[in-house]
Each structure stands twice: as C-alpha cells, then as structure tokens.
Design a protein. Structure first.
Ligand code: ACO
Length: 325
C-alpha cells in the first residue's frame, strides 16, 4: 500500500521568553525545583494580544510549504490539533487555510490534547494511504498561555506557546508512516481539564470569578498515568514491528516532563543520545511538541531512520507511531 511520508517541516516560536527566574518573581517556586522535577528552563510566550493559535499555525505551515517549494493551492487537506483554538468555532484550521491561501483544501481541527499531533498525523496518513489526498498539512499549535493561571505554581511552570507543521505526501520508497497504536480512556475524574467555556459550564461572571477558564491538573495522577502509558505503547510498537533498540534511530517524545521521557526511553532500551529533548527551551507546548522536535532535529535525520513518536495527554489520550524518515 501507499505510505504517507513527511516531506517538509515548519515551525513557529514566539520571541518572548519566560524563564524559571521570571516565574520565581510570580509564584512561590524556584529554578532548582522546576529543573529537577520537569527539565524545563524556559518557555516561549506569544505576547501580541491580536495573535493566537491560528497565527502560529499559519507561520509554521508557510515555512513547511516554502521548504517543499509548493504553493498553498496544492494542499488538499489541513488538520490542526489544538486545545487552544482561536475560537470554539470556526475551526482554527479554517483560519489557517485562509491565511496561507490554501483555497483548494478543506480544513478541520482535532482535539486530543498532548496526543493531538499524533492523532492528526495518522488521520492525515490515512487520507494519503486511501488515495483520497496527495498533500496534507498536519499542524500542532497551542497558545497555552491563554488558558494558564499564572498564580497557580503547579501548572504555570509547565507550559509554553508554539506551533509545528508537517507536509504529508505519498512516499516514493519504503519510507513513511508504517504503524501506529492509539489509545484513549475517558477521564471522568477530570485530572487534566479546562472546567469552563464549554457547553456544560458556559462562560459567566461566576466562572470567571472562580478562575474556571484556566487549565487544571492533578499533576501526580497524570504523571503516573503518563509514565506508564507512554512507555507501554512505545514498547508495544517496537514489539509489533520486531524493532530492537539498535534499529531505532530516534525517540520523538511528547515534551511534558523529562522524567516521563526518560522512563519511556528506559523501557525501550534506548540511550539518551537517541532521544529528542527540547523541553528545556520550550516547556510543554501541548500539540506542538513533537513537530517542534522534528524541526529542531531535521538536519540530523537521515533518510530511512526509524523513528518512534510517542505521546500522552488529557482525555486521556495516548499513542505511538513508527515512522521511517
Ligand atoms: N514549585 C515548588 N513546589 C511546587 C511547585 C512549584 N512550581 N509545584 C508544586 N510544588 C509542590 C507541591 O505543592 C508539593 O508539595 P507538598 O508535598 O507539600 O504538597 C510538592 O511540590 C510535590 O508536588 P507533586 O505534584 O507531587 O510534584 P511532582 O513531582 O509530581 O511534579 C509535576 C509535579 C511536574 C506537575 C508532575 O506531576 C508532572 O509532570 N505531571 C504530569 C504532567 C503531564 O504529563 N501532563 C500531561 C500532558 S499535558 C496535556 O495533555 C495538556
């Protein structure tokens, strides 16, 4: 069957940096705690009030198109993963479509929190494999600063803003997306969620006063689930495809916490020099972490390298992808 290959990668990161030292001025925390518990040193924050997720997604998409040397009119489909859409509707993907001039595409958003990029990538790959599309833009973009409570030290230290975009096209050789495992489990305990703004708790003066439009997380519970979940699916995809640690060139993990990343790499039997880590520079950018890793490492990747992408996030959602670069 036709495989879907990533043929270009683009990115966008805001200029403005929020360092651990800055956070020390804002909440009761310290650089040492943040670095040892999470691996994060700084994050990027989009300061422009009139710009949000669509802007960052469009910038990343433009860079991917430029890299590939094609026009936006050639795009068939745009899938954008985010938990911080510009509006609840219309879809942020449609705003990106307009901004980049992808007039022949149809566009939609996908909601799977930190696993959003993985789900979007396999959705796009399925369109290519079925022959329904030739060029699919897959974007992961989040302006997490728009839903973060900068008085809550348990969440504000974790997140940053950013976007990444990849172009998927039919592969001309054996490269491309080979296999994936996706899982979800409805988290009715709501250990990671944004309480208000949806149809259950629409915005009101009370929801604003109660700070219910900010993301809430029971960090300990999510940490345990994420550590097990991400390691499980990464090990499983290696077993399913008879991959030994030597066969794997890179682990491309969602960047939520360095300790979760290390636990996953350990279970896979991978040395740290095979693990993409940029959480120190950007924090957790939710749907953007994996394409931002691919962007940062693109010059080191060699044709035919075996990559394992893995993520865990709110939902719960989690999964892994085996991709030959
Ligand atoms: N600075 C200093 N102390 C802090 C801070 C802080 N910023 N935040 C919490 N603490 C304190 C706590 O109050 C607690 O004190 P206590 O023992 O007196 O109650 C102590 O530090 C330990 O807190 P824990 O929550 O147990 O710390 P933990 O080691 O679990 O680290 C963290 C917290 C970093 C949030 C971790 O739990 C984590 O990474 N969780 C998972 C995050 C994740 O993967 N999310 C999923 C993806 S996100 C998405 O899908 C959108």
């Amino acid at each position: 069957r036709t495989r879907a290959a990533i043929t270009a990668v683009g990115h966008y990161l805001p200029e403005n940096r929020l360092t651990n030292a800055d956070l020390e001025e804002m909440v009761e925390t310290n650089d040492e705690w943040i670095r040892t518990r999470t691996g994060i040193e700084e994050r990027r924050i989009l300061k422009d009030d009139d710009k949000a997720t669509a802007f960052m997604g469009a910038e990343a998409a433009k860079e991917a198109l430029e890299q590939r040397g094609i026009s936006a009119e050639e795009i068939d489909t745009i899938i954008l993963a985010t938990v911080t859409p510009d509006y609840l509707f219309p879809a942020t993907a449609c705003l990106v479509q307009k901004e980049i001039g992808a007039s022949n595409a149809y566009a939609f958003d996908l909601s799977a929190a930190c696993s959003g990029f993985l789900y979007a990538l396999t959705t796009g790959a399925n369109f290519i494999e079925s022959g329904r599309a030739e060029k699919v833009l897959v974007i992961g973009a989040d302006k997490m600063s728009s839903i973060i409570d900068y008085t809550d030290r348990s969440t504000c230290i974790l997140f940053g803003d950013g976007a990444g975009a990849v172009l998927l096209e039919p592969s001309e050789d054996e490269t491309g997306i080979i296999d994936y495992i996706h899982r979800s489990e409805g988290d009715t305990n709501l250990s990671l969620y944004q309480p208000a703004g949806g149809s259950l708790n629409p915005a009101s003066e009370q929801t604003v006063a109660d700070r219910l439009h900010f993301a809430k997380q029971d960090g300990r519970t999510v940490f345990k689930k994420a550590t097990v979940g991400m390691a499980d699916v990464s090990e499983e995809i290696m077993e399913e495809n008879d991959l030994t640690p030597d066969d794997v060139a890179w682990l491309v993990p969602h960047q939520a916490n360095l300790r979760i990343i290390n636990a996953t790499a350990n279970r896979m039997g991978l040395d740290s020099d095979k693990v993409m880590v940029n959480i120190d520079k950007y924090g957790n950018t939710t749907a953007a972490t994996i394409p931002l890793c691919l962007y940062d490492w693109k010059d080191k990747l060699e044709h035919g390298d075996n990559l394992i992408l893995a993520a865990f996030g709110g939902g719960y959602t989690w999964g892994s992808i085996y991709l030959k670069w």
